[in-house]
Design a protein around this ligand. Structure first.
Ligand code: ADP
Ligand code: MG
Length: 611
């Protein structure tokens, strides 16, 4: 017998409790679901222990969950004969924050001050949610390991908890929730029955309420698709993802070759990473014939599919596979490949069936698909086919795909052209587009900084090169007779003079064919990283190689014509104007390292004009 030990909660737990108790869910009933799911997790772990350990304390206790309500005492009790906890585990699991979802949630709170309640719902706060409804919680437990003590953990959810000796506990946990006055409703059998019906239909163990069996145990993922309703699919998603939203995609499939597999995968409604929360954590559990092998299997899915939720069951899996050896196992790699392929295929089919739905999905989860392109070569073409964007030929707000782009491309066109910019308006008014528009060639508008990198990674789609429209090497065929203000000789002289004047600033100067309304444009030389790409490299602390642009002047533009005249009347100002024109073009192209220097030049120019 040892003295009761009182310990303080870890600071983060206190913070979490404070939120849970005071502000969090309006749906207090969520705690019932959390405690049932903990009991179920614990029974899953026990089931696996029985397969891998020789001796388990009280081995023949039934694997089931019991809930009892007591209206008079205002308590609700959750009992399971799962793995239980020893002294160390009690304070590790119920004194600190072990659960990653809660950790992420707290980090997000620290950053943002407050958080969107619907997003909070997706994190779930686990065991501590009991304090939403309770002013005291007692946990009586004995671990699966015979050698350990019978223990009682107790707390009012304020500052800390006390662990003391208990007597004659059976294996597992018995959690007594002492309800607050205003939550006494949860001590009513009918209330709890309603909650169980809503949330806990998919618990994989028998669930008794005041001695009466209230669920039927079935592994929905092993059932025939035809026997499962949409509503059941949704409920299972909410059950296994601890979620309250509706899944966007539901993919249920089975195969025998090359591996035996039954999988039920979901994509959720929201991508919490979009709100600045930490990385999402994969929520696909691995089973072997209904026995949970690992709730967070390493390597089962590629990193970019971390938003998926659901279950994968394979009979080929050895039951005693260790977490460490798992990631490298050939079988896990096979499963990984198969699941990735099937999910991409599902997205592709769904996108064809319901383009609007895919657009909305892409809006929220597009970043993950791009990450998939950036991190693996395996599915470049199919992932590229799922990208959505506006182009110079779509209305603002209307999205299209690479596939559709190709159906509109000109017969002789062997490239797909794109621009990356801040927004549509900026690209429409920029100098690069007009040459393409004049020739009736469609240009994609990308607005995500990462798109540049994604295009350079992809390089091509269905045999057509993906080419940034600001590239110097793009050959422009002649447009029908454009009025040029300078004759050939004048143009040649002007170019020579400009080349000399600007030789420290740019690689070369040319008279070009692509411009209509702009006087000059800066082009990225062949093989050099683009402006946005360079900006990205620099923001990541890499030194981008020095970039010298090629300038293309428009001989038909009035400014250029005037500049040519100015050369003979006022050479000094003409040079300043030439520099300013070049700077403006470089600035528009994102090729100026120090924009302040451009301003200085502009001020000098104005100064000399006002002399
Ligand atoms: P999570 O279930 O996501 O890990 P919780 O806050 O719900 O987070 O639970 C914290 C931990 O407490 C669990 O990981 C588990 O180790 C332990 N635990 C909670 N309930 C039980 C139980 N009924 N039996 C055994 N361990 C439990
Ligand atoms: Mg839990």
């Amino acid at each position: 017998m040892s003295e009761p030990q009182t310990q303080s909660f870890q600071a983060e737990v206190r913070q979490l409790l404070d939120i849970v108790i005071h502000s969090l869910y309006t749906d207090k009933e969520i705690f019932v679901r959390e405690l049932i799911s903990n009991a179920s997790d614990s029974l899953e772990k026990l089931r696996l222990k029985q397969l891998t350990e020789n001796s388990v304390f009280e081995a023949d206790l039934p694997l089931e969950i019991s809930i009892t309500t007591d209206e008079e005492a205002k308590t609700i009790t959750f009992s399971d004969h799962g793995i239980g906890m020893n002294r160390q585990e009690l304070s590790d699991n119920l004194g600190t924050i072990a659960r990653s979802g809660s950790k992420e949630f707290l980090e997000a709170l620290k950053e943002k001050g407050d958080a969107n309640a619907s997003v909070i719902g997706q994190f779930g706060v686990g065991f501590y949610s009991a304090f939403m409804a309770a002013d005291k919680v007692e946990v009586f437990t004995h671990s699966w390991d015979e050698e350990t003590e019978h223990l009682k953990w107790e707390s009012d959810g304020q500052s800390g908890y006390t662990v003391s000796d208990a007597e004659g506990e059976k294996r597992g946990c018995r959690i007594v929730v002492h309800l607050k006055e205003d939550c006494a409703d949860f001590a009513k059998e009918a209330t709890i029955k309603g909650i169980i019906e809503r949330y806990s239909r998919f618990v994989s163990f028998p669930l008794n309420l005041n001695g009466e069996l209230v669920n039927t145990v079935e592994a929905i993922w092993l059932k025939n698709k035809k026997e499962i309703s949409d509503e059941e699919y949704k409920e299972f998603y909410q059950y296994c993802a601890h979620a309250v939203d509706e899944p966007r995609h539901t993919l249920h499939f089975s195969a025998d070759a090359p591996i035996d597999i039954n999988a039920l995968l979901y994509s959720p409604a929201e991508n919490t990473e979009r709100f600045g929360f930490g990385q999402m954590k994969s929520g696909v559990s691995l089973y072997c014939r209904k026995v949970l092998i690992d709730a967070e299997p390493q390597g089962l899915l590629p990193e970019w599919l971390r938003f998926l939720r659901g279950v994968v069951d394979s009979e080929d899996l050895p039951l005693n596979i260790s977490r460490e050896s798992m990631q490298d196992s050939a079988l896990i790699q096979k499963l990984n490949r198969l699941l990735t392929k099937r999910f991409i295929k599902h997205l592709t089919t769904e996108a064809k069936k319901d383009p609007k739905k895919h657009e909305e999905f892409f809006e929220v989860f597009g970043r993950f698909l791009k990450e998939g392109i950036a991190t693996s070569f395996d599915h470049h073409e199919s992932l590229a086919g799922l990208l959505r964007f506006e182009t110079s030929m779509t209305e603002a707000g209307e999205k299209t795909s690479l596939e559709d782009y190709l159906t509109r491309a000109k017969e002789e066109q062997d490239s797909i052209y794109y621009l990356v910019g801040l927004d549509r308006a900026a690209m429409e008014s920029g100098a690069y587009l007009e040459a393409f528009q004049k020739r009736g060639i469609e240009v994609i508008f990308f607005t995500d900084g990462i798109d540049d990198y994604i295009m350079e990674t992809l390089r091509e789609y269905k045999g057509k090169a993906l080419v940034s429209a600001d590239r110097a090497e793009i050959e422009m065929d002649d447009l029908p007779e454009e009025e040029s203000k300078l004759n050939e000789e004048e143009s040649k002289e002007l170019v020579d003079w400009l080349g000399e004047t600007l030789k420290d600033k740019v690689e070369s100067v040319e008279i070009g064919k692509r411009l209509v309304s702009h006087p000059v444009v800066a082009l990225t030389p062949k093989d050099a990283p683009s402006g946005q790409m360079r900006a990205m490299m620099e923001s990541m602390g890499q030194n981008a190689p020095e970039l010298k642009a090629r300038l293309e002047f428009n001989p038909g533009h009035e400014l250029v014509e005037k500049l040519n005249e100015l050369r003979s009347s006022n050479a000094t100002v003409a040079e300043m104007v030439a520099h300013q024109l070049a700077d403006n073009a470089l600035l528009a192209a994102g090729m100026v390292k120090n924009p302040a220097s451009v301003v200085a030049g502009m001020n000098d120019l104005m100064g000399s004009l006002m002399k």
